[in-house]
Design a protein around this ligand. Structure first.
Ligand code: NAP
Length: 280
């Protein structure tokens, strides 16, 4: 019996890439960035990652695990539900046995630092969501690139940029928090950086991949209105005024200290790239 060569290049075939959470904003961007591969894009209905993989799934060469419980406030009311998806999901995806990119979050940190968080900094999540992401990192196993990223936005899905564009068209003023500082990251730029990380055969382990620069949510809202030509004022408020169920870190700027880490463009460039596609 002749066994199939598992190295796609040696075997003269395209790399088989499985994407979970393929209908999410990051999942869609990954489909574009890996369009040259043989991509199997699975949405929530195709594989609920809180369950083991569906029977008969062909073994991939690479898994991009973009499915996740992303409702940060909802996780406070249902931490087991969040863990089933974010921890159980990582374990089920790792069980496929292929090299894996697992996405984690700046919310694994408590935000007490005032200089960028590096891979060697100790996590200390403030929320049930942050804990589920941290435990999900461990569940991804030893053949995983754990990509910590932050404040994602894209031209599809539920995200801050799209919410501000909607509110800005309806109102003269929006109240936005000004006491959380991070790196708003465009999913298209993140997906390209992930493609680079994988093609460089970077070492497995934790990688911080977030946009260049830093700002608060209020700064981001003002930039959105300015770049989109929307006449809406931003009223800067404190997080305490919103009284949301989950605590968020006051400072969660991510930078990489690892040799060869892909560098992402500045968040303002990401915003322009996103708005160009929203308008188009
Ligand atoms: N958004 C951010 O700011 C941010 C920041 C840092 C890290 N991350 C991480 O990046 C990853 C992608 O996030 P995103 O922004 O692309 O989120 P998203 O747009 O909400 O996409 C997540 C996708 O996962 C799917 N999903 C949820 N539960 C699932 C389950 N049990 N089984 C299979 N699929 C499931 C969702 O489907 P349904 O909509 O049908 O439930 C959705 O299509 C997540 O791991 C997230 O934690 C996000």
């Amino acid at each position: 019996m002749e066994l199939e060569d598992t190295d796609p290049v040696r075997a003269g075939r395209r790399r088989r890439v499985l994407i979970t959470g393929a209908a999410g904003q990051l999942g869609r961007a990954l489909q574009e960035a890996f369009a040259g591969d043989d991509v199997l894009a699975l949405g929530h209905a195709d594989w609920d990652v809180a369950q083991p993989a569906p029977a008969g799934l062909a073994s991939p060469d690479l898994v991009l695990h973009a499915a996740g419980w992303t409702d940060v406030d909802g996780a406070e009311a249902d931490p087991q539900g969040a863990a089933a998806v974010n921890v159980g999901g990582s374990a089920h995806v790792a069980a496929l046995g292929a090299p894996l990119v697992a996405f984690s979050s700046d919310y694994v940190f408590d935000g007490r630092k005032r200089t960028p968080y590096l891979e060697s900094d100790a996590p200390n999540p403030l929320s049930a969501y942050g804990r589920s992401k941290l435990n999900g990192e461990a569940a991804a196993g030893s053949r995983a690139w754990i990509v910590r990223t932050s404040w994602l936005f894209g031209e599809t899905g539920n995200n801050f940029v799209r919410t501000m564009l909607r509110l800005g068209a309806e109102r003269d003023e929006v109240a936005v928090v000004d006491d959380q500082r991070g790196c708003p990251t465009y999913v298209g730029h993140l997906a390209s950086a992930v493609a680079q990380l994988v093609s460089d055969s970077a070492q497995f382990g934790v990688w911080h991949l977030a946009a260049g620069g830093e700002c608060t949510w209020a700064d981001l809202a003002e930039a959105i209105f300015e770049d989109a030509g929307v006449a809406c004022r931003v009223r800067r408020i404190g997080s305490d005024e919103l009284a949301r169920p989950a605590l968020r870190p006051a400072y969660s700027v991510l930078r990489s200290e690892r040799l060869g880490a892909p560098e992402l463009p500045h968040w303002r460039d990401g915003l322009r790239a996103c708005l160009a596609r929203v308008a188009g």
